[in-house]
Design a protein around this ligand. Sequence first.
Ligand code: OOG
Ligand code: NI
Length: 476
Amino acid sequence: MSSKNKLESFTNTTEEFVSPEYIRNRFSKIMSDMYKKEVPLYGELLDLVHDINESVLSESKEIEKQLAHTGELTRLDMERHGAIRLGKPYELFTMRRLFKVMGMYSVGYYDLATAGVPVHSTAFRAIENTTLNQAPFRVFTSLLRIDLIDDVQLRNNVQTILEKRQIFTEKVLQLIDKSEKEGGLNKEDAETFVQEALETFRWHDTATVDYEMYEALLNQHRLIADVVAFKGPHINHLTPRTLDIDKVQVSMEDRNIPPKDNIEGPPTRKCPILLRQTSFKALTEKVTFKNNVEKEEIGEHKARFGEIEQRGAALTQKGLDLYHELLGKTRKAIGGSPTAENALKYNELLTENFKVFPDNYKELQLKELAYFHYFTTNKIKTLSKDKVYTKADVNQLLEDGYLSMEPIVYEDFLPVSAAGIFASNLGTDDAKREYQGTSNQLLFEKDLGEPVYKLTKWYEDMQNESIQNCLSVINA
Ligand code: OOG
Ligand code: NI
């Protein structure tokens, strides 16, 4: 070690910090363990998904190779997302700071009011490809839109109830401050941090309101009751990633895990795009309500469920537009969201309508419908050095075998699917509601305390980076 480096190791405190990826993986692990205990069916789902992933990988070397190439293979088993619903701006603002300690940033804005759910949302996740592969945990985070509660009296009550609650522990707030001031946490602090942060996500079987208020909240919207009547934003589902969601959907029934009526997202394809999701229905759980006259009342609440996702290629804006057009056309034809009765017809129609969406990577790339990672091949040794290659040469280099490509996986969420997931777990009546309120990204970002990352820009940047890397190797 040179004397300069030796000096650095004494003065540079960052050497004792654990990485945000370490904290994120640790948190994801203890959260998953807690949820397994709280919702045992989730544990069964994890086993099912693991078995099916193993069989897909052993049957298709092609898929295994592709996942290995993009760095996704090692992350498959630890991959999961969760979801929480927050009540007030302070909670969103502080949640952003909490997730930052774990290297998670707010990506995308999703307006769900238009689909009958009075929230707007974002996803907290890692934003660098390498760190994402090391720790792919993400959290879909929604904020209740109090402005969409039409009953003035109830709206005031909701505000008063939420004003009083503190969903974070003293200790976690101190550690967030410390991490912000010092630039990280050491191993001991990191462990305290994850244990204390976990408290915010824990289920509480005692409501903070009486039964009468709970009913009033429920009558406005089941979601409002779920956000307002409890001490904190219990994690409402955790979602492992599968390589074959159709197989999981069928196997769930065989294992007595009651599945949702239809899979959200695009139809089954040879080249998966975006995100397909299904879930098992929310559990009915006993809740104790505080009564004004010191009497306790027992009631029931439904909020927590399990979900499965299959991820495919990220789409460009052009691809997303086509996706939404075909999805919209299908939904319109069956009269809105699919139901148990028309699920079969919906699936047939969806498959039919999506026939115009190219189903091979070559065409998806040439028509600029999806994003790709590019790699140089061994053949580049034979490439003439007289020319400086640019982005415009990429397609020719691919064609001639100097470059290869793999799709960039979609790391985010889909608003129509998310609304479908909400609806199937909240009861269909609520899903039929319509909120006239317009989407309000500016207010969301004000409450969050910073702008969200723009979705397509993130993929665009990754693709460009991979092209630039290839070009610099070729032109070297
Ligand atoms: C979130 C539902 C959305 C997803 O995967 O699209 C979601 C919620 O129920 O709070 O998690
Ligand atoms: Ni989800």
